[in-house]
Design a protein around this ligand. Structure first.
Ligand SMILES: Nc1ncnc2c1ncn2[C@@H]1O[C@H](COP(=O)(O)OP(=O)(O)OP(=O)(O)O)[C@@H](O)[C@H]1O
Length: 337
């Protein structure tokens, strides 16, 4: 059985239809009208122990709602969730011990307590003994430099400090499953790098991770499996690498040459590639399929025609690919990972 399992999971939010202003509010009292928003729609998902899954989709696709359903924060309208075979609703405490959640957009720390005290409260809630607690704090300090943050009140934390403290809070009880919902949002690059490094350590220790992010830098090199959700439904579930191989094959070799070479001559020596003139007569770009040609072969073909002053190769990012999926330009086959 999978460690995390959702079967036909559905969440419908009922929203009041109100005209604006006081008048609208009064009218709503007498003529109550609602619209239903299906945020998560009959979702089937199984995550095995030790997997790191990227869960991505456009704004409003239903990612955070899924995370809230999988952690028991929200009750499904229909369908069910099992974490290690347990129901978040019926086995609330046991499930809470098995999962850690980080919401990048919202803190779980107490506003008016120093971080150290918030963590101590969580230590007692989870029944962590003092020795283990000290050991874990030491580790968080080593990787996340948590020491400086411990005496600071929740409300006084900078965003980077807050995220590091929240990560510690989410992982304090060493849960086997962790949901990270936009865990690097708003962080500067240095903190982002450190936090990403920390995720890799957590994954390498065998923790099952589901990561939701608009920043695909969080995903590359971290998650092997990619799940894409749109309008509450999964539209792709498969290997991230397979998506890259299928849709990010193109490479662009940008060249600056010592002397101008006619585009037609370049096309002759680069069959199968597309040659485009650049901004100056000395510059051009060669688009090629990385499975048909290597950048080295392209350079070797051009070299007898002119000296190369400079060249570099651009790769499409997985971000470009996924954006094209969102916009409906690419159709990915749903595949079983
Ligand atoms: N408490 C709520 N009440 C009513 N509608 C809600 C509620 N929470 C979410 N929704 C709606 O459900 C849909 C899915 O929202 P959700 O926050 O899960 O999307 P998301 O994929 O996490 O988006 P984002 O990337 O913008 O955070 C949206 O249309 C949202 O407006």
């Amino acid at each position: 059985m999978a460690l995390v399992e959702a079967r036909q999971l559905t969440k419908v939010f009922r929203r009041p239809e109100k005209d604006p202003g006081l008048r609208g509010a009064v009218k709503h009292l007498f003529t109550r009208r609602f619209t239903d928003k299906v945020a998560v729609d009959q979702l089937d998902l199984a995550i095995e122990a030790g997997e790191a899954v990227a869960y991505v989709g456009p704004n409003g696709a239903g990612k955070s709602t899924t995370v809230k359903l999988l952690s028991g924060i929200l009750v499904p309208t229909s369908g069910e969730v099992r974490i290690d075979g347990l129901s978040p609703r019926k086995d609330r405490v046991a499930v809470a011990h098995r999962i850690g959640v980080l919401f990048g957009q919202r803190t779980q720390l107490w506003w008016d307590l120093p971080v150290a005290e918030s963590l101590a409260v969580l230590r007692d809630v989870y029944g962590i003994d003092h020795g283990t607690y000290r050991k874990r704090l030491k580790r968080f300090d080593e990787v996340l430099e948590l020491g400086d943050v411990l005496p600071v009140l929740g409300r006084k934390l900078s965003l980077g400090q807050r995220m590091r403290a929240d990560l510690a809070a989410a992982l304090l009880h060493a849960p086997p499953v962790v949901y990270l919902d936009e865990p690097t949002i708003g962080l500067d690059l240095a903190v982002k790098d450190r936090v990403r490094e920390f995720f890799r350590t957590v994954r390498d220790e065998g923790t099952t991770v589901m990561l939701t992010s608009h920043d695909l830098g969080d995903i590359e090199g971290f998650c092997r499996r990619l799940v894409i959700i749109d309008s509450g439904r999964i539209i792709f579930d498969g290997a991230l690498e397979a998506v890259k191989d299928a849709f990010a094959r193109e490479r662009i070799l940008n060249v600056e040459a010592e002397t101008a070479v006619p585009v037609a001559t370049l096309r002759e020596v680069l069959p199968g590639a597309t040659v485009e003139p650049g901004e100056t007569p000395l510059q051009f770009a060669v688009r090629f399929d990385r499975f048909a040609m290597t950048a080295g072969q392209a350079v070797t073909a051009i070299a007898p025609l002119t000296n190369l002053v400079d060249f570099h190769v651009d790769e499409p990012s997985i971000e470009d690919v996924i954006r094209r999926v969102y916009s409906g330009e690419l159709q990915l086959e749903r595949d079983s990972a």
